[in-house]
Design a binder for this molecule. Sequence first.
Ligand SMILES: NC(=O)c1ccc[n+]([C@@H]2O[C@H](COP(=O)([O-])OP(=O)(O)OC[C@H]3O[C@@H](n4cnc5c(N)ncnc54)[C@H](OP(=O)(O)O)[C@@H]3O)[C@@H](O)[C@H]2O)c1
Length: 207
Amino acid sequence: MSISENKVASYAIIGFGKIGRALAKAFARNGIEVSVATTRDPESFASDAAAIGPTIIPKKLAEAVKADVIFLAVRFESHLDVAKALPTWRGKTIVDVTNAYGVPPEKLGGQPSARFVAQAFSGGKLVKGFNHLPAAVLDQNPAVHGGRRVVFLASDDDGAAAEIGAFAQKLGFSPINLGGLSEGGLLVQARGNSWGQLIFEDLVKFD
Ligand SMILES: NC(=O)c1ccc[n+]([C@@H]2O[C@H](COP(=O)([O-])OP(=O)(O)OC[C@H]3O[C@@H](n4cnc5c(N)ncnc54)[C@H](OP(=O)(O)O)[C@@H]3O)[C@@H](O)[C@H]2O)c1
């Protein structure tokens, strides 16, 4: 189902580690409901979700992926397992928050990492984004120093980029659209042992 202006989209975050929790806090801050899922039984992280806020709903992976918009907050290597959760991702928007740092480019067929992820989520619309900030920074209220913290977005689907841009604003961020995944989007994708130029690796070391 595509998300029209009149329909309220549903959201899920897959992965509830450092980045998944930082994203969940942004949802909680704005009172927006979001499902969260890992490989584990939702009961096992229910108290952690409740501590973030009442709009953070732990679910099984198979249930969480029913959402319209899926934030992919797992280690890069795990995206292939998540992609197996549905036979097709048609009608869904995948926000790829992974960083493929250290993954040899030849393992990706030389492609930008986000295009590799996009192929795994066949039929879905992929937006690369929210990945340039260390979790400890993404975790914070984006209203800082009288402005809004920036998130960079890139996609080969202009409509999906606009949809996630509008949602990023709703979460309090200031989105900057870099264009296609193989164009401006390369600035926020790690390649081999190099970080994209817009990934602030000097702020806090990623792990
Ligand atoms: N940490 C940072 O500062 C930072 C910054 C920007 C981007 N990133 C990127 O964000 C992604 C997540 O990083 P992180 O630091 O949050 O990692 P993390 O703390 O290790 O969390 C990964 C999460 O993914 C879950 N998971 C693993 N395999 C899964 C699967 N097949 N299906 C569903 N859930 C699965 C894990 O839960 P279980 O293993 O219990 O299932 C865990 O909750 C990575 O790609 C990383 O490169 C990280």
